[in-house]
Design a protein around this ligand. Structure first.
Ligand code: CNA
Length: 402
């Protein structure tokens, strides 16, 4: 299937011309087949040098730990079933899978971890993804009365008829779903001082809700936290927009009377400015973890090709996607297929983090530190502060083996 393009390369009308000029050059549209999207660093890079220095015995140990992960060698019959996606091409064999990545993390070689996520990390919270056969939103769109699935996130379609999106928004609005183990695993990466940034395509706000601070999070496809006119971009109180949408009303702009929508990014709209942090983060990353995404939406999907060429990339998903469908895999690529929550639990157990994550989940849920996102009085402010303090006390090299 070809990748969909979210052409978020224009700057919103409300932004100044200066902004337009400063952002446009960074927003080169990329495709998965584009060579320019491949790693900018063809040299060894920091990670490459470290690998070169690795002793023969360490390498031999790496080799002994190698396992083939994926549908060909599932850990359970359930995962076997889940791993065999209808249209999956032959899956490249992953040398090492989780074990190799865990080993690198325990050796302290992954101190700038970038995480890329999609709707698959939130299915365990009860939010359907787009493309999972049977359960995904695209397979269940009769209720929304749209001519084709993407219409629901098409800004021109919305302009003409906002109702399909507003019906879906009622399901997706933050408030009725809780972060799950996978979100807390990412938060634990931050807590251990290893998270450079998480780039999510999700609009459910669950990363924020589990306490990942704003400065560690890029919500590339926007969120429900703010709202504005879809035509003139005049800001509109998010809480009022939510109230109207939940009541079946259509919020309209106080300036031009066009329909207001939450600031989730539609096809044909711009990505938030924060997205462009990727130009610094990906070349700096020493480990890329990709979770729960079909890597179908551009330009986001091509981000995974912009880490340095020797940097390990770990795909955790139900089936191989994007560059992980290639046979053979790029050296340093690892794939672990199966149910994401099970895989991430296993990952955490191998790192020795499971108890910490369970404890963190319990304390946050019990202490009701779940902030209200829409009214802008997010409780993450206080939490962020304490979490950042924790980070500064936590030496990145010593934490992973804790
Ligand atoms: P997608 O295209 O639906 O892909 C999801 C991927 O996750 C697929 O490859 C699935 O196989 C995989 N997956 C789903 N559940 C599991 C699981 N339990 N274990 C392992 N793998 C699993 O969604 P993408 O995120 O790739 O597409 C990007 C879209 C989806 C963004 O624009 C989002 O705004 C949009 N979206 C977001 C949400 C949300 O915020 N929770 C929900 C639905 C759609």
């Amino acid at each position: 299937m070809s990748a969909e393009i979210l052409p978020h390369v224009k700057i919103r009308m409300s932004k100044s011309n200066e902004d337009k000029r400063s952002l446009r050059p960074a927003a080169v549209r990329k495709t998965r087949s584009s060579r320019s999207a491949e790693s900018p660093d063809s040299g060894l890079g920091q990670y490459g040098k470290q690998r070169k220095k690795q002793s023969d015995s360490a390498l031999a140990q790496d080799l002994r730990q190698m396992s083939v992960s994926g549908p060909g060698d599932p850990t359970s019959s359930e995962e076997k079933q889940l791993g065999q996606h209808q249209n999956s091409p032959p899956v490249a064999k992953s040398a090492g899978g989780l074990a190799s990545v865990v080993r690198l993390m325990k050796l302290g070689r992954c101190k700038n971890v970038v995480v890329v996520t999609g709707a698959g990390i939130s299915t365990a919270s009860g939010i359907p993804d787009f493309r999972s056969p049977g359960t995904g939103l695209y397979a269940n769109l009769e209720a929304y009365d749209v001519p084709y699935p993407e219409a629901i996130f098409n800004v021109d379609y919305f302009s003409n008829d906002p109702q399909p999106f507003f019906s879906l928004a009622k399901v997706l609005y933050p408030g009725s779903h809780r972060p799950n183990y996978i979100h807390y695993f990412i938060r634990m990466l931050h807590h251990k001082g290893l998270l450079l940034r998480v780039y999510t395509q999700n609009i459910d706000g669950l990363e924020k809700l589990c306490g990942i601070p704003d400065d560690k999070l890029v919500e590339a496809h926007g969120s429900f936290v703010t709202a504005s006119c879809h035509l003139c971009y005049t800001p509109y109180p998010a809480e009022e927009a939510k109230r109207a949408i939940m009541n079946g009303d259509i919020p309209s702009c106080t300036f031009c009377a066009a329909t207001v929508k939450p600031d989730v990014v539609f096809f044909g709209e711009d990505l938030p400015q924060k997205y462009f942090l990727h130009t610094k983060d990906f070349p700096k990353a020493d480990l890329l973890i990709i979770m729960g995404t079909s890597l179908q939406i551009e330009p986001f999907a091509s981000l995974v090709n912009t880490v340095r060429s020797k940097v390990p990339r770990l795909l955790l998903n139900r089936h191989a996607v994007g560059p992980f469908q290639r046979v053979p895999l790029r050296r340093g690529d690892h794939v672990e297929l199966g149910d994401l929550e099970n895989t991430v639990r296993r990952f955490a157990e191998m790192l020795g983090w499971n108890d910490d994550i369970v404890e963190l989940m319990k304390s946050l849920e019990q202490e009701q530190h779940i902030p209200t996102l829409v009214n802008g009085t997010s409780g993450t402010g206080g939490e962020d502060e304490s979490d950042s303090e924790t980070d500064s006390k936590c030496s990145a090299s010593s934490c992973p083996s804790n």
